[in-house]
Design a binder for this molecule. Structure first.
Ligand SMILES: *Cc1c(COP(=O)(O)O)cnc(C)c1O
Length: 372
């Protein structure tokens, strides 16, 4: 085997994540590594926490990035909040809801499932009925933006319906792409990912916990089953006035990158970022409809950052995506589960959400279709 440097191709990332990364973020990642307890690094951690509060629209003191991908943030929420025997209402309308179910089971909880079809939002009436039927339900969990289908569920209404419960919400794809008000909506534990609308490298999961969530964690009868994700321990590193103690070695350079991506978000303004995703997805929609693509999801509850479109009959799913990748360096996503082979998932996340990218993709689709 020849040993040589790995030079990745220059792709345009228009799938379900990761998204394109601004050169400023990549440059930040290449800066010199310092120690994870260096006072200058602690300053950076504090700045990341402040910027994440801004992005989540929360005053929660416990707002920080878990060292791990979005899935680690998901595990952190369930491992800390679910105790043996806890009843958890799990809303499932796609891949990520299914994973929440697994998390409840593995932490010894008792899942009560509400299912909606893929491409539909969580049915508020079903949630209300389920909560009325069973007073013992302690926690409810749902996915705000289901990346497997491009559906945005009504997190605000769910927050209202379940305000007496602990609410766990997956905001991996919604954060920085769609309106999200963690405090106003009463969401108690949220997790996200660095590589979707924040457009930082993958591997970090911003989370935020309310006082209500923290008091459940502090009064647990049993230890959190995961040592690494136990908030009681992790917070010795991520909080406190300067006196931080070693828990694990933080991914220092990835945190430089996350910080820079948050600075970029602050410069643009969160509301402006939401508007950009909204406006450019309308632009994409007009172009795609002209080419014979239909949207899977009703416009009332569609995510702008993930556009699920049905594949026209003349187009072959896998071959088409291969040509896009190999000849045009564009990555788009395939359908998952029951939607495999019948939809494309076109991401407009963070730095990928530009007119330039949309025009490039649309032109590529037109050229490929001519030569088909
Ligand atoms: C991507 C994604 C995840 C998982 O994030 P990873 O970083 O891949 O672990 C979880 N939930 C949703 C809604 C996602 O889109």
């Amino acid at each position: 085997m020849k040993v040589e440097s790995f030079i990745p191709p220059l792709r345009t990332l228009m799938g379900p994540g990761p998204s394109d990364i601004n050169p400023r973020v990549l440059a930040a990642m290449a800066r010199p590594t310092i120690g994870h307890l260096d006072p200058r690094f602690i300053e950076l951690m504090d700045s990341i926490k402040e910027l994440l509060k801004y992005a989540f629209k929360t005053q929660n003191e416990v707002t920080f990035p878990i060292s791990g991908p979005g899935s680690a943030g998901m595990e952190a929420c369930f491992a800390n909040l679910v105790e043996e025997g806890d009843k958890v209402l799990v809303c499932i309308n796609g891949v990520f809801g299914q994973r929440m179910y697994e998390n409840v089971l593995r932490n010894g909880g008792v899942p009560i499932v509400i299912e909606d079809s893929w491409g539909e939002p969580i049915d508020l009436n079903k949630v209300e009925d389920a909560l009325k039927k069973d007073d013992d339900i302690k926690i409810i969990s749902f996915v705000h933006a289901e990346t497997s289908t491009g559906v945005l569920s009504d997190a605000k209404a769910l927050g209202q319906i379940a305000k007496d419960k602990i609410i766990i919400a997956d905001t991996v794809t919604s954060l920085a792409g769609s309106p999200l008000y963690v405090d106003q909506w009463g969401l108690d534990a949220v997790y996200s990912g660095s590589q979707k609308c924040l457009s930082a490298p993958p591997g970090l999961s911003p989370v935020s916990f309310s006082e209500k969530a923290l008091s459940k964690i502090k009064t647990r009868k049993s230890k959190v089953k995961s040592w690494f994700l136990d908030l009681n321990l992790v917070l010795n590193y991520w909080s406190g006035d300067q006196a931080r103690s070693y828990h694990h070695t933080a991914p220092i350079n990835s945190l430089y990158a996350l910080h820079e991506s948050l600075v970029l978000l602050k410069e643009e303004g969160l509301e402006n970022a939401w508007k950009r995703h909204h406006d450019l997805s309308s632009y994409l929609e007009n172009q795609l409809k002209g080419l014979g693509f239909e949207y899977l999801v009703h416009p009332d509850y569609r995510t702008p950052q993930l556009n699920a479109v049905t594949i026209p009959e003349k187009i072959k799913d896998k071959l088409f995506r291969e040509i896009l990748l190999n000849q045009y360096n564009i990555e788009i996503g395939a359908g998952l589960g029951p939607l495999a082979g019948s939809i494309f998932r076109i991401g407009l996340m963070g730095a990928s959400c530009t007119y330039k990218n949309i025009d490039y993709l649309i032109n590529a689709i037109k050229r490929i279709s001519i030569n088909y």
